[in-house]
Design a protein around this ligand. Structure first.
Ligand code: DGL
Length: 290
């Protein structure tokens, strides 16, 4: 970390700031949208590392390194609370950041992920206990959902399937194209071949709700879909109720700043469609950006 960033983190310690929301690209907008619905008066900074997305097939070391850079950047912008609105980053980087980096960066700040709240809530939807997970190769290989469910909901039987093509389809604005039909159907068939009794699926990647229309079309009728955005928003509200010290360190101006590591024009136009409002973005650079 360079000294300017370190100084910015030091000088904003303890001061109220926006909530930081981070994803490898556009996917975290599905979380931001729900969080804003639940907490409309808070200020937000959304950071999409579009230049290095997708993260899903990257090594543990790289996902950790890139995620830490993003968290440090958001801290330097005054965020006291950062949500990793990315399953891959939550699976591969969250624990290390919470346990090793946060105590050194600023023990007063918090970084929260999306996997635990999802695992806590999935049992409410399933009637027969057979749950399916779609995720990036990284999230599925990490076994994070298996571990959390074994701890929190041991009665559930989880079958997982990695969908390496789903994020590139979204990032390349092909979610409505014919290629998406092919891959969505193929991956759904593969998951249900592993367990025909699945009655509930977790879209374990924040990009996947952008493929929701096609996912619904090919899922067996009656399959429940976990809405990760709503769950994360609900769990954030609950967290802030239980931690009033953090609640009062969030500024309340109702603003959102969009930051991307790639082309801002492309980001702004997609984010505007998705958020249903003007979403002017700015390009930033992170230390190991190639
Ligand atoms: N949207 C992210 C997730 O929830 C990451 C997707 C990717 O970059 O591969 O996993």
């Amino acid at each position: 970390m360079n000294s300017a960033l370190r100084e910015a983190i030091r000088s904003t310690a303890g001061h109220p700031g926006p909530i930081g929301v981070f994803d490898s690209g556009y996917g975290g907008l599905t979380i931001l949208r729900e969080i804003r619905r639940a907490l409309p008066d808070a200020d937000y900074i959304y950071l999409g590392d579009n230049a290095r997305a997708p993260y899903g097939s990257r090594s543990f070391e790289l996902v950790y390194k890139f995620t830490l850079e993003a968290v440090e950047y958001l801290f330097s912008q005054g965020c006291q609370l950062v949500i990793l609105a990315c399953n891959t980053a939550s699976a591969k980087a969250l624990r290390t950041i919470q346990q090793n980096d946060l105590p050194m960066l600023d023990p007063g700040r918090r970084v929260l992920g999306v996997i635990r709240p999802t695992a806590e809530n999935v049992g409410k939807l399933s009637r027969n206990g057979h749950v399916g997970l779609f995720g990036t190769p990284g999230t599925v290989a990490s076994g994070s959902y298996d571990l959390e469910l074994a701890k929190l909901q041991p009665h559930l039987r989880l079958s997982s399937h990695a969908c390496p093509m789903w994020v590139p389809l979204v990032e390349n604005l092909e979610a409505e194209g014919e290629g998406a039909d092919y891959f969505v159907r193929k991956d759904i068939d593969a998951l249900f071949a592993a367990d025909k009794e699945i009655d509930t699926v977790i879209l374990g990647c924040t990009h996947y709700p952008l493929l929701l229309r096609k996912i619904r079309q090919y899922l067996p009728e009656g399959t429940a879909i976990v809405n990760q955005g709503e769950i994360v928003a609900e769990s954030l509200l609950d967290y802030l109720r239980r931690h009033p010290g953090m609640d009062c360190r969030i500024t309340r101006g109702g603003t959102v700043r969009y930051l991307t590591t790639e082309e801002p024009a492309k980001f702004s136009s997609l984010a505007a469609v998705f958020m249903g409002e003007n979403a002017e973005s700015r390009r930033i650079t992170l230390p190991n950006l190639l």
